[in-house]
Design a protein around this ligand. Structure first.
Ligand code: FNR
Length: 184
């Protein structure tokens, strides 16, 4: 079984990012297990935790969770033209202590969403910048910027627009290809 960890850049109950990611999780083929990874319980990163060997148990659980994944999918809104702090914090927690970066070498893909038109472009690309440094091979094409998110879901939170579902399926298929290239 190939395990894909999904990190969502919003903690709110009715998050569009979460609803979108649930739709995307169902598009992975047989043999893939898409699993949501909790990031809302990670206290803001402080290097003293690692330097003084006083690591919160949530950090250890999170780091081990990521280590156990074959790939990572990020689904995020944009906050003030950048990555929401909760998601950046999760990246930081996983990147340390120095030399023990749990993201290292894991294929990644990014979907940004917004109820507006700009579709989280700024968050998508700021996130990409960090993932390059963390040495994650990132899906290049197709890029996924989902705009007008508030109008895309039906009353059961399913994406109601066939074109968007087809696009997301092509995105997942390309991500699966990337993951399999890295497994070969
Ligand atoms: C936003 N929002 C927002 N939207 C956007 O397209 N570009 C932006 O820069 C911002 N900035 C921003 C900052 C903060 C602090 C908040 C709370 C919101 C609006 C945002 O896209 C909207 O609230 C989404 O619904 C957030 O995603 P979730 O929570 O639905 O997943």
């Amino acid at each position: 079984m190939t395990k894909v960890g999904i990190l969502v850049g919003s903690l709110r109950k009715e998050s569009f990012s979460k609803k979108l990611s649930i739709n995307v999780a169902s598009l992975f083929p047989e043999g893939y297990d898409a699993e949501f990874i909790e990031i809302g319980n990670l206290v803001i990163y402080n290097q003293d935790f690692d330097d003084e060997h006083n690591v919160p148990s949530e950090y250890t659980t999170f780091r081990n969770n990521i280590k156990g994944m074959d790939a990572v999918l990020f689904v995020t809104p944009e906050y003030n033209r950048s990555v929401p702090a909760v998601l950046k914090n999760a990246l930081d927690v996983g990147s340390r202590p120095y030399g023990a970066n749990v993201w290292n070498g894991k294929p990644a893909a990014i979907i940004s969403q917004s109820p507006g038109n700009l579709s989280g472009f700024g968050a998508n690309h700021h996130l990409r910048q960090s993932l390059v440094f963390l040495n994650m091979p990132i899906l290049q094409q197709p890029e996924a910027y989902i705009g007008g998110m508030a109008d895309l879901l039906d009353e059961n939170d399913k994406i109601k627009n066939d074109g968007t579902v087809k696009f997301l399926q092509s995105f997942v298929d390309a991500f699966v290809d990337l993951i399999e290239k890295h497994q070969a």
